[in-house]
Design a protein around this ligand. Structure first.
Ligand code: FMN
Length: 174
């Protein structure tokens, strides 16, 4: 069962949870992949509720997002098995079916085509409205050194901000 919620009523749960990790899921055809994200936020732009995720070019998720134009964000509500965030944050969908390996339960979406993940029951369905490529060379030197040490075009390090309009938000319950 899904219980509809106002995502902003859960802002503190989302923003506090993101330090430990959330899941960002993509689907292209029959393929579903999920990755851990630790950077992101919710807010408003263009009078629309938005979730912004920052995904490096090198992630397999980047390829899937380019094809699907949408994603699902799943947030823990209560406890979560830390192995889920660890595996989804270290293995790539290029060579591992993380959903299968972890035995995650996919939940049919309501508005988009990308499923949610029952084990992290607070769900945001998002359609990509805009992408903004970050410019590492404009950042302070310490941040460049820590996150973009090579900073060459095509090195896969750059983050792109994906602005997803939150088109549905709900809690997955029994
Ligand atoms: C706690 C945690 C937070 C992470 N946050 C991000 C993030 O915000 N953006 C990102 O691009 N990668 C992040 N990563 C790394 C990706 O989750 C990791 O590279 C993953 O294997 C990518 O999966 P994919 O290749 O299937 O897309 C994080 C990893 C962990 C463990």
């Amino acid at each position: 069962m899904k219980t509809s919620v106002n995502a902003f009523d859960y802002a503190s749960e989302i923003l506090n949870g993101i330090h430990k990790g959330l899941l960002l899921t993509t689907r292209v055809g029959n393929e579903v992949n999920t990755m851990t994200i630790g950077w992101g936020h919710i807010g408003f732009e263009w009078k629309k509720p938005i979730f912004v995720a920052y995904v490096r070019d090198s992630r397999y998720t980047t390829e899937l997002l380019a094809k699907s134009g949408e994603f699902t964000v799943n947030i823990p509500h209560g406890s979560v098995d830390p192995r889920i965030l660890s595996v989804c944050g270290t293995k790539s969908g290029r060579d591992t079916d993380k959903i299968k390996e972890l035995g995650l339960t996919l939940e049919d979406p309501l508005t988009i085509q990308t499923p949610g993940i029952r084990e992290l029951p607070l769900t945001l369905e998002c359609k990509v409205l805009a992408t903004f490529r970050q410019e590492p060379e404009t950042l302070p030197a310490d941040i460049q050194a820590q996150y973009y040490p090579n900073n060459q075009p095509g090195d896969g390090q750059t983050h792109v901000a994906y602005y997803g309009e939150i088109v549905n938000a709900y809690l997955i319950t029994e």
